[in-house]
Design a protein around this ligand. Structure first.
Ligand code: PLP
Length: 350
């Protein structure tokens, strides 16, 4: 794992998941710098960072959430202006989990170094997909999660640059040089090591084969399906991720129909939690309400095949057409209320 990251082995602390790594990095840094009470993060972080920062706000910290533009790119001026002498940590993700948009974390790390503020990046989506060399970087803390690079679920790691001031998050025994108490999950850690080795060897494939499949999938869907558009800056994204908004249809309904064909995708919408709110990432980007609900993420890997891509390309326009025919939001048809058509057994919260 250290080799994949260009780190020293002693700079790696194994954790149980990406969420724990994020919590350990942020809470551990705050505990080590108790005099500072300000956190800088972004509006589009994963809940592992965003919800934690919101919790910390209730505990008395001030949190600045840096904005993104319509393409999901970070407002670098706002970020720079936000950092003050009271800032304890800057935590900005490497790449967004919904859109795949990559943030200029190396530049941010340099900025933080000049200002004397520790910089953490949630690199859960980036590790194994983008080349990362921490020996040439100013990043102080970096979180990753095993299952995002085909390691078992339930293992993660936190990179802590030598000399970084941080207190342990999990307080207990002397494991991990006292930086994370608790017996290590050895089997999964070995799995993560093997996955990291494979990811290092497959990095070129990730950026050629996977990217080509992603582009083919995306271009075909965008040109064969009416009323849809791409979310996230096209040339500034992870090679495997595509987020497409389909206007006037429900993301959850698209997912169910994809699932019935054996196609696994995801929606950023919070519908499953009983909320009508679209994803915070889509809202931060200003995606119109009629489209934010119908945003779908396809994420590919080296284990996908061209045949699978053909199958998706063939079926997505048909699914969207079908859903539009039954959608009460459809601007092209009369309002229909029969939500049940084609969605047997789907108990929707609407
Ligand atoms: N951060 C990002 C960007 C993620 O995509 C995820 C998982 O989806 C996490 C953090 C949380 O990782 P884990 O599920 O291993 O706790």
């Amino acid at each position: 794992l250290a080799e994949l990251l260009g780190a020293h082995p002693e700079e790696i602390v194994f954790t149980s998941c990406g969420t724990e790594s994020d919590n350990a990095a942020i809470v551990g840094t705050l505990r080590a710098n108790r005099e500072r009470k300000h956190i800088v993060t972004s509006r589009v972080e994963h809940p592992a960072v965003r919800s934690l920062c919101q919790y910390l706000q209730k505990e008395g910290y001030t949190v600045t959430e840096v904005a993104v533009d319509r393409e999901g790119m970070l407002d670098m001026q706002m970020l720079e202006d936000s950092i003050t002498e009271d800032t304890a940590i800057v935590s900005i993700m490497y790449a967004n989990n919904e859109t795949g948009v990559i943030f200029p974390v190396e530049k941010i790390a340099e900025m933080c170094k000049v200002k004397g503020v520790p910089f953490h990046t949630d690199a859960v989506q980036a590790v194994g997909k983008l080349p990362i060399d921490l020996s040439k970087s100013a990043i102080d803390l970096l979180s990753l999660s095993g299952h995002k690079l085909h390691a078992p679920k339930g293992v993660g790691a936190l990179y802590i640059r030598r000399g970084t001031r941080i207190s342990p998050f999990m307080i207990g025994g002397h494991q991990e040089h006292g930086r994370r108490g608790g017996t290590e999950n050895v089997a999964s850690i070995i799995g993560l090591g093997v996955a990291a080795d494979l990811a290092r060897r497959n990095l070129t494939l990730e950026n050629t084969k996977v990217k080509a499949m992603r582009d083919r999938l995306e271009n075909a869907i965008l040109s064969n399906t009416p009323d849809c558009f791409l979310n996230g800056k096209k040339d500034q994204r992870l090679p495997n991720t595509s987020n497409i908004s389909f206007e006037f249809v429900e993301g959850e309904a698209i997912l169910l129909m994809l699932d019935s064909l054996g196609i696994c995708a995801s929606s950023g919408s919070a519908c499953t939690s009983g909320s009508l709110e679209p994803s915070h990432v889509m809202r931060a980007m200003g995606v119109p309400f009629t489209a934010a609900h119908g945003s779908i993420r396809f994420s590919l890997s080296i284990y996908n095949t061209d045949e699978e891509i053909d199958f998706i390309i063939d079926n997505v326009p048909k699914i969207i057409k079908r859903l539009k025919e039954i959608s009460p939001f459809n601007k092209f048809t009369d309002i229909k209320t029969d939500f049940g058509v084609g969605l047997k057994g789907h108990t929707h919260s609407h």
